[in-house]
Write a protein that binds this ligand. Structure first.
Ligand SMILES: Cc1cn([C@H]2C[C@H](O)[C@@H](COP(=O)(O)OP(=O)(O)O[C@H]3O[C@H](C)C(=O)[C@H](O)[C@H]3O)O2)c(=O)[nH]c1=O
Length: 181
């Protein structure tokens, strides 16, 4: 497993070792000991999630806060997405900055999204199956989110606004500046 840092503290890109042979390939998609050693983070995942979306879908930007804050280890099983992480940790050097990373079944890259960050993705392939491990359980009441098109962040989702397919819930999300403090 190779690990690359990003400008957002504790937000890592992980590249698992892929063993290819005449049958296809094998990889350890997750190994707790390896993960904790290479990231230095003692993360204990408790819930796996999976979603499938069609081209142009944008899910997010969401996070759970307080006692229910979640770190996520995300990857794509089918297709390709543009993954987006926005740092909303007030004491972080990259507060309100964001990164984008292309994750695909092809590149097999994974992204570790630390607690305290908003997360979302846009689907760049016809369909995408998205899989992620969470280190805390779902708690709807603790959810916060901002609109994907918040002008303060100017995120390029690589999907035109005409093609973007966003849930009613996500269209009703506030801009960051309007979040109840
Ligand atoms: C997240 C979640 C949802 N649900 C139920 C609640 C809804 O009835 C249904 C769809 O939920 P939602 O529309 O919030 O799903 P997404 O828009 O994909 O939400 C996710 O989007 C971005 C990309 C994230 O990083 C978060 O993990 C998560 O917020 O699944 C559950 O039962 N458990 C869960 O952990």
């Amino acid at each position: 497993m190779e690990v690359k840092t990003t400008k957002i503290k504790d937000c890592f890109i992980l590249e698992p070792k892929v063993f290819k042979d005449s049958r296809g390939y094998f990889m350890e998609s997750f190994n707790s000991k390896t993960f904790n050693t290479i990231t230095g983070l003692p993360v204990d995942f408790v819930q796996d999630n999976e979603s499938e979306s069609t081209y142009g879908v944008i899910r997010g930007l969401h996070a759970q806060q307080g006692e229910s804050a979640q770190a996520k280890l995300v990857r794509v099983l089918k297709g390709e997405v543009l993954d987006v992480v926005v740092d909303i940790r007030p004491d972080s050097e990259t507060y309100l900055e964001h990164i984008t990373v292309k994750l695909s079944a092809e590149n097999k890259q994974q992204l570790f999204v630390p607690r305290g960050c908003l997360h979302g993705f846009s689907v760049l392939s016809e369909k995408a199956t998205f899989f992620y491990k969470c280190d805390n359980y779902y708690n709807k009441e603790s959810e916060v989110g901002i609109r994907y098109d918040d002008p303060d962040f100017d995120i390029d989702w690589q999907v035109s606004s005409e093609q973007a397919l966003v849930s009613e819930k996500d269209l009703e999300l506030p801009f960051y500046k309007d979040l109840k403090k």
